[in-house]
Design a protein around this ligand. Structure first.
Ligand code: ZN
Length: 148
């Protein structure tokens, strides 16, 4: 997508995350690690999380490739989950997915993430916005399965 076209379609919040993605550095020796791909769009997400002694997210690293919405959504995710417990993170994933599915009004509960609700106007992009979140969810499930 041309950047001029993008400027017209998406809000400043999304564009800012797209141009300056946060927390891109890979986290060494992570507790949680997951990778996701969306072959339809060529999107990729590589995610690492290190937990602190209380089971809260201490460090997040996310390396995204592909379209702008995937990159912006991944970047926003890394800020949204900082210092949360895994249960809180899972609640957030559920709420975010519900908002993207139109089941939850964009009423401010999701803060900055609410900006991504405008992607609903482009149904083909919803998967792009959800990739990082599905990857995160899989990473947490995997972590719980291994009983750590
Ligand atoms: Zn995409």
């Amino acid at each position: 997508m041309e950047s001029r076209e993008l400027d017209e379609l998406y809000s400043e919040v999304i564009l800012d995350h797209c141009r300056h993605p946060r927390n891109r550095d890979e986290v060494p020796a992570p507790d949680i690690q997951a990778d996701g791909v969306n072959p339809f769009c060529g999107d990729e997400v590589h995610l690492q999380i290190a937990l602190d002694g209380q089971g809260r997210v201490a460090r997040v690293g996310l390396q995204g490739k592909g379209c702008s919405i995937n990159q912006a959504s991944g970047s926003m995710l890394t800020e949204a989950i900082a210092h949360k417990t895994l249960s809180e993170v899972e609640d957030l994933v559920r709420l975010f997915r519900a908002m993207m599915g139109g089941a939850v009004p964009a009423d401010g509960r999701l803060g900055e993430l609410q900006a991504l609700s405008e992607v609903r106007r482009y149904p083909v992009r919803i998967k792009c916005a959800l990739l990082a979140w599905s990857t995160l969810e899989e990473g947490i499930e995997d972590y719980r399965r291994h009983g750590r």
